[in-house]
Write a protein that binds this ligand. Structure first.
Ligand code: ZN
Ligand code: ZN
Ligand code: FE
Length: 761
């Protein structure tokens, strides 16, 4: 029997070669009808006999395009209209926005093959792409995804490109960024004076890099700063000029084989490196690697990644491996256009390899590690953004503002959370401007006007202040560590009460102390502080973050007064007197339960000293030092108080004694990590007894430490707990917006009446 069916598909179905696939399958099944992009996704109409329609649907479900994701499929029957031909028709621009923009996709193998084929008309063309690969998120202004709503709008297709673009049988059919040397974007090389350099820009760039120059290279989501990764002198120069003394620099390699010569790569890590997202994957460096030690002076690791644009492929074939770090000064947002290279070109970079395809959205590289078979994100950005994270809660549109450091924010639509790209440190004026613009962009593109704005409980966070500027919304303040726990719960679809073990740097506690070593009994709606690490003064408040020796002194004064006299090298004499006076008078010494600050203290006591240039640097060095050995330290759990208190005084005394007796720092570090894991599991044990909760979520910036994460997971599993760690968003503040959104929806999932502020506790 002849039928006509309308099929509406939501999900990631635009910009991934969906319509040509539909076209091909419909023709194969001898169906008439049409397909078009809509604001919600894709709408298909097919007409033909029953069996063919079923065959067509099976084909589409079982074999969709590689990068597509079908979220929902709705069907309804229409009366037959005598359609015999199948067509791809123009987009329907009306209707609510519900389709999702795909993330940027690394150059596919077919395109790389053409790129290096001298007979191909795109041989050596740095902007080759197809329906399976190329820029998406960074060039799409709005939906539906059509060329006129991308930054390719200004490039007129030449006849040959137009033929490919309009031929449903071509692999570039409807590839919006399609281009060739005759009609597409071009690269140019510019010197420090802004003068264009003649000759082949890519060959010249390669030569300059080999000669030790630093070149700003325009990529997908912004400029990189590139230099030879094997040359100490140029890496040192880059660090000095960029104002980044120690934080690890990412290295791009020409091929997976080349990475294997410098790093240990497991199959899982190789899969991440080769994925279309092409993230930076943190790997263990081989001892015989010729990479400069200055790449990652604090650890034995290398953040490695592979070329993901044709331009990278062309460049890396000629010169590799290259340091490729974001084109910015310290924590500012990455530069995306030539005009923004002011302050970079001439002062940090000697040359710039620029091109004329505009970048619409800034997007830094993603960084992750593979540990225990799963992803541990340090930064979730290019290649993953804007894929939504599905939450177990739903409701009106929420804007979650995130936190002030490593900021990302998120907007929700029903149960989908769209986390933003990496924004950075909001205290930087330029990052704050980017933040406001990006929020505007996301609300317009993904969700529409929010009814709820969720933000951190900290009244002085710039992100909280931003929330206050939003009118006619319900404002919901979420405690920092509850948001961390909720982010992990949301990711795993957990709605029941769990124990949230949140080991973090610092976060606003409602009791006036600085929290950060928390055991919460919580669900998505609310939390109860079941236990925390015993508080210690933090001399100078936030300043202590960059002075681990101050935390060491504070811990020693609190736990073993005599020891600090026996460790005279801990801190300079005059500073020591000053800090002691501050501690004595409790002047500018807020109390903190932070696990991050405990790490700092232990690191400084075992001898990791000297200038700290980023939060957690001492802790990272402490972890990379750890050397397997037997034994652990003692600690105490004060069970009679509510919340319970986890007291590491005994451990601090033992560590001080070990240091005095000359015990190896690597062994102390190992025992310290082991002790924390045992302590976590024993505290959880007591919480389980008291509240009958047996699932644990792990979150907070300290869980970026993969050694601690492994130990804690093992200990908890041995004690019979269900253990959940992050796999989709970072455990650091880059994942916190997801938790804020989930808490807001759990409390206000129904309809809400706009009013003033409110606090979830
Ligand atoms: Zn391709
Ligand atoms: Zn062309
Ligand atoms: Fe945090």
């Amino acid at each position: 029997m002849r039928k006509r069916i309308e099929i509406e598909i939501d999900g990631r179905v635009q910009g991934v070669g969906f319509r040509p696939t539909v076209y091909r399958y419909a023709r194969e099944c001898k169906l008439g009808g049409r397909v078009r992009n809509s604001s919600r996704g894709v709408t298909i109409e097919v007409e033909g006999d029953d069996a063919s329609i079923i065959r067509f649907l099976d084909r589409l479900r079982n074999d969709p395009p590689r990068q597509a994701r079908l979220d929902t499929i709705r069907m309804r029957e229409l009366s037959p209209a005598g359609l015999t031909d199948f067509q791809i028709v123009p987009s329907d621009v009306a209707g609510e926005v519900n389709a999702t923009i795909p993330p940027d996709l690394a150059t596919c193998d077919e395109c790389v093959a053409e790129l290096f084929d001298p007979r191909d008309r795109r041989f050596g063309y740095p902007f080759i792409n197809c329906t399976n690969c190329g820029p998406r998120f960074t060039i799409i202004a709005g939906l539906p995804y059509d060329r006129e709503r991308t930054t390719m709008a200004g490039f007129r297709l030449c006849p040959e490109c137009r033929r490919e673009y309009t031929d449903p049988g071509d692999r570039r059919f409807d590839a919006q960024p399609n281009a060739c040397p005759a009609c597409g974007p071009r690269v140019r090389l510019v010197d420090a004076q802004g003068q264009q350099v003649s000759g082949d820009p890519i060959c010249s760039t390669a030569r300059l890099l080999r000669d030790g120059a630093i070149v700003a290279v325009k990529g997908l989501g912004g400029f990189h700063l590139a230099c030879l990764a094997t040359d100490d002198a140029v890496v040192a120069r880059l660090r000095a000029r960029k104002g980044r003394p120690a934080k690890a620099l990412a290295v791009m390699f020409a091929s997976l084989d080349e990475i294997r010569r410098h790093c240990v790569v497991t199959d899982e890590e190789a899969a991440e490196l080769m994925s279309p997202a092409r993230p930076i994957v943190v790997l263990e460096r081989r001892p015989d690697s010729s990479l400069s030690r200055l790449i990652s002076p604090d650890t034995g690791d290398v953040g490695a990644f592979l070329p993901y644009t044709p331009l990278h492929h062309l460049l890396l074939r000629q010169v590799s491996p290259l340091v490729m770090t974001s084109g910015n000064r310290s924590e500012e947002p990455i530069a995306i256009e030539f005009a923004q290279l002011r302050g970079i070109l001439g002062s940090i970079a000697d040359f710039a390899l620029d091109h004329d395809r505009p970048i619409l959205r800034r997007c830094d590289d993603s960084v992750l590690r593979v540990t225990g078979g799963t992803r541990l994100f340090y930064r979730r950005s290019r290649g993953f953004v804007p894929n939504p994270v599905l939450m177990p809660v739903s409701g009106p549109v929420v804007l979650a503002c995130g936190a002030d450091l490593k900021n990302t924010f998120c907007v929700t639509r029903e149960n989908r959370a769209f986390l933003s790209q990496h924004v950075g440190d909001l205290s930087e004026l330029s990052a704050h401007r980017f933040y406001a613009e990006a929020i505007d962009d996301w609300l317009r593109t993904f969700s529409g006007r929010p009814e709820i704005v969720a933000h951190d409980l900290h009244p002085d966070y710039l992100s909280s202040r931003f929330a206050e500027t939003m009118r006619d919304v319900l404002r919901v303040a979420v405690q920092h560590h509850h948001a961390h726990a909720a982010a992990c719960m949301a990711e795993h679809g957990l709605e029941e009460t769990v124990i949230g073990v949140i080991f973090d740097g610092t976060g606003y506690g409602p009791d006036g102390t600085v929290w950060g070593g928390e055991f919460l009994a919580c669900d998505l709606r609310s939390y109860r502080r079941a236990a925390h690490i015993k508080v210690c003064p933090m001399p100078g408040g936030e300043e202590a973050i960059l002075h681990p020796e101050r935390m060491a002194l504070a811990y020693l004064v609190q736990e073993c007064e005599g020891a600090m006299d026996r460790l005279p090298e801990l801190i300079a004499k005059d500073e020591r007197a000053l800090i002691l006076r501050m501690l004595e008078r409790r002047f500018r010494c807020p109390l903190t339960s932070s696990a991050g600050r405990l790490f700092d203290a232990v690191a400084a006591i075992v001898g990791i000293r000297g200038r700290i240039s980023y939060e957690g640097q001492a802790a990272i060095r402490l972890q990379s030092l750890a050397r397997p050995c037997a034994g652990t330290y003692d600690f105490e759990i004060q069970e009679d108080s509510d919340p319970m208190v986890l007291d590491f005084g005994e451990m601090i005394r033992a560590i001080a004694k070990d240091v005095e007796s000359g015990t190896d720092a690597g062994e102390i570090s190992w025992r310290f990590h082991r002790t924390l894991a045992i302590a976590v599991s024993e505290v959880c044990e007591r919480i389980r007894r008291r509240y009958a909760i047996c699932n644990v979520v792990l979150s907070g910036g300290v869980f970026q430490n993969h050694l601690l994460l492994r130990f804690v997971k093992d200990c908890l599993r041995q004690s019979g707990f269900g253990v959940y760690a992050h796999a989709e968003v970072p455990p650091n503040d880059g994942g916190i917006a997801l938790g804020q959104a989930a808490v807001a929806l759990a409390n206000h999932g129904g309809s809400v009446a706009p009013s003033g502020g409110e606090q979830c506790a």
